[in-house]
Design a protein around this ligand. Sequence first.
Ligand code: PLP
Length: 316
Amino acid sequence: MEPVDRSTIWPYDERGEPGRFYYSRYDHPAGVAAETALGRREGGDALLYASGMGAETAVLLAFARPGTTVALAECCYYGTSKLLGLLEGWGISYVEYDQTGEPPDADIVWVEAPANPVLTMPDWEALRRHRGLVVCDATVATPVYLQALDEGADVVVHSATKFLTGSHDALLGATVTRDPERSARLREFRGSAGIVSAPDAAAALVRGLDTLDERMARHTETAAELARRLEEHPAVSLVRYPGFSGLISFDVEDPRAVETSTELILNATSLGGARSTMESRHRWEGDRIPAGLLRFSAGLEDVDALWADLEQALEA
Ligand code: PLP
């Protein structure tokens, strides 16, 4: 395997000209290797960032300006609405809408496939009819279950911190687009704002992509089985599962009691790792989501061991 080059500088050539790499804020070898691999998976031009939120920030810096309106999928990742709320001071406004139907008129439509944590999917036909720039956060679907650019997205966003790297040990974001002008604009803002990936996180993406298909198949198999068992559990009032990937959300009366009673499942935020995680989202999102909602990310552990842990926690 390629060793990870953590240099921030590469000397100019004998004529004093910069080579392919010269300063790591613009590009570095591990980043380019990972972008090539992700771009191949997505069928577009991939760029990496310091985090998923870094990727989202780059998209808004590149394509929004004072007066821009954004239609945002309701109950999608909380951080996205928070960022858009902060940018209201920059003259960017947003409204939330039900992404299973027609988006309202807007310059940018921002959907999430599926939405974290309510797990709805966007209406692609309605998006293809829309005049605005379509941005799709495909973090939970991954390219294994969704080719968002083929469906009609103009820009795909990933938190590669989740399934794409898959081990809860790399903070990383990505955008993918097929339009060279959009790609150049994103790259310019990334370099100028310095929202660049760390070489080690980029190398984690190269490794993660090597096993992505196998991991996603296992996440899906486990999550589908656990969703089925949760449906039948008397302490669970509602289960949301889109039928693919590793994320489930379900409602219970006392989510704090359940999340703090697990032993195998980590009571932690985030999703998409080899270790299962579960948390009440109310602590972060307040009344935006149901008070009893638990978000569970199925890891790669044995399904019966996970069920035994969930069952004993639900008794609690
Ligand atoms: N998009 C989704 C769907 C997420 O779940 C998250 C984080 O949880 C993000 C974006 C932000 O990514 P990051 O935490 O890598 O900045």
